[in-house]
Design a protein around this ligand. Structure first.
Ligand code: PGA
Ligand code: ZN
Length: 425
């Protein structure tokens, strides 16, 4: 039973304010939730409420959202059962009354939603993944680990936002994580040998100036091999183009902001097709713009049988947009970000809907993060088999991996690491 709810303004991994909430139960149990923040945000995401007061935090303060927690959300939730997370979320959604949570702020609602789930789990003496997922939660996710950053996440010349490695050949999560760190360090050595920078982007991956996406891929493959692993067998690759950032004023035309290259939707699909046939790329996220449904249909026809096509900005963890995508045969996978939709229960529903339609679901961090590790538990809770949470570098990313190590240890013999099966649904 909820006794108190407290909101506060904390800072995220980019030094910008974000919302933290604490929920206090009658029995003394406390749950805490922090909200992450994106940079290449989708147009259709729930609203992140910022103060827009230039005198504080360059306008990025979240004191209004915090006030909404303390003065509006707390009185409405006081006395309710925190364990009924669907009811808790529905009360807040009704209180807000808008489709995009713009009245109270998705950041205010999500912080409380996470804090309630955590408090309820703690009160029941359950780990969060067990509370959210029940008895069947036993699969550790394969990391989709971003080790080379570009796009809006790095001040370099690379247009593709993320180049990722997936240790599908490992037998356990901890082994896969070890392999990834070895490739990460080897990649650093290769870049240093070429006198390139090893400074990192927002998600902890290196951010060197490179001429093309093929050059980035060649570096990563070289690092995998030099670290003693075999591409395709031990590691496959994944890309997040974040092509909604390449949108031009003319519909169906793309202008890459850094290189200045231009493509039509069809040309861009052809480009991805070539890249995926030349390299062991098994997953492509946001290969086209969030409003280019026709392009997505074409891309899914051309590539959907061969590789995982992930909708991030396209679906924004929104069940209505996902339903549209399922109906139109767009993509075959959804990226799951709690703060795109703004509550735990709606996130659970988005994953369940995706799975039911035969789509994979990949639980994801944001480029602006905190030490909150809810996404690690969420990935295990719903057996999503894949997680995207950055490089093994920067503590806000590492916190998620370390939480997964703890969960794997706790699950003991019942822990399953799906490897290449992670792509099956
Ligand atoms: P964002 O990027 O958190 O900046 O939106 C992550 C992604 O595009 O997957
Ligand atoms: Zn993305």
């Amino acid at each position: 039973i909820i006794n108190n709810v407290i909101g506060r303004e904390i800072i995220d991994s980019r030094g910008n304010p974000t919302v933290e909430a604490e929920v206090y139960l009658m029995d003394g149990t406390i749950g805490r939730g922090d909200v992450p923040s994106g940079a290449s945000t989708g147009k259709f995401e729930a609203l992140e409420l910022r103060d827009n007061n230039a005198a504080r935090f360059m306008g990025k303060g979240v004191s209004k959202a915090v006030t909404h927690i303390n003065e509006i959300i707390f009185p409405a939730l006081s006395g309710l059962d925190a364990a009924d997370i669907y009811n808790i979320d529905n009360v807040m959604i009704a209180l807000d009354g808008t489709a995009d949570k713009s009245k109270l702020g998705a950041n205010a609602i999500l912080a409380v939603s996470i804090a309630c789930a955590r408090a309820a789990a703690a009160a029941l003496g359950l780990p969060l993944y067990r509370f959210l997922g029940g008895v069947n939660a036993n699969r550790l996710p394969v990391p989709m680990m971003n080790i080379l950053n570009g796009g809006a996440h790095a001040a370099n010349t690379v247009d593709v936002q993320e180049f990722m490695i997936m240790p599908v050949g490992a037998s356990h999560f901890h082994e896969g994580l070890q392999w990834c760190t070895e490739v990460f360090h080897t990649l650093a050595d290769l870049l240093k040998a070429k006198k390139m920078t090893t400074s990192v982007g927002d998600e902890g991956g290196f951010a060197p100036d490179l001429k093309s996406d093929t050059e980035a891929i060649e570096y990563i493959l070289a690092a995998i091999i030099k670290a003693g692993y075999e591409p395709k067998k031990d590691f496959v690759l994944a890309i997040d183009a974040a092509a909604s950032e390449w949108k031009s004023a003319t519909k169906g035309k793309y202008i890459l902001p850094k290189s200045g290259q231009t493509f039509t939707s069809v040309e861009l699909v052809k480009h991805w097709q070539e890249l995926c046939s030349n390299y062991p790329i098994y997953s492509l996220e946001d290969g086209l713009d969030e409003e280019d449904w026709e392009g997505w249909q074409w891309m899914t026809q051309q590539l959907g049988k061969k590789i995982q096509l992930v909708g991030d900005d396209l679906f924004v963890t929104n069940t209505a947009r996902l339903e549209k995508g399922i109906k139109l045969h767009c993509a075959n996978s959804i990226l799951i970000k709690l703060n795109q939709i703004g509550s735990v229960s709606e996130t659970l529903e988005a994953i369940k809907k995706a799975h039911k339609a035969g789509y994979t679901a990949i639980v994801s961090h944001r480029s602006g993060e905190t030490e909150d590790t809810t996404i690690s538990d969420l990935a295990v809770a719903l057996n999503t088999c894949q997680i995207k949470t950055g490089a093994p570098n920067r503590s806000e990313r590492v916190a998620k991996y370390n939480q997964l190590l703890r969960i794997e240890e706790e699950l003991g013999k019942s822990a399953v690491y799906p490897g290449i099966q992670a792509f099956n649904r």
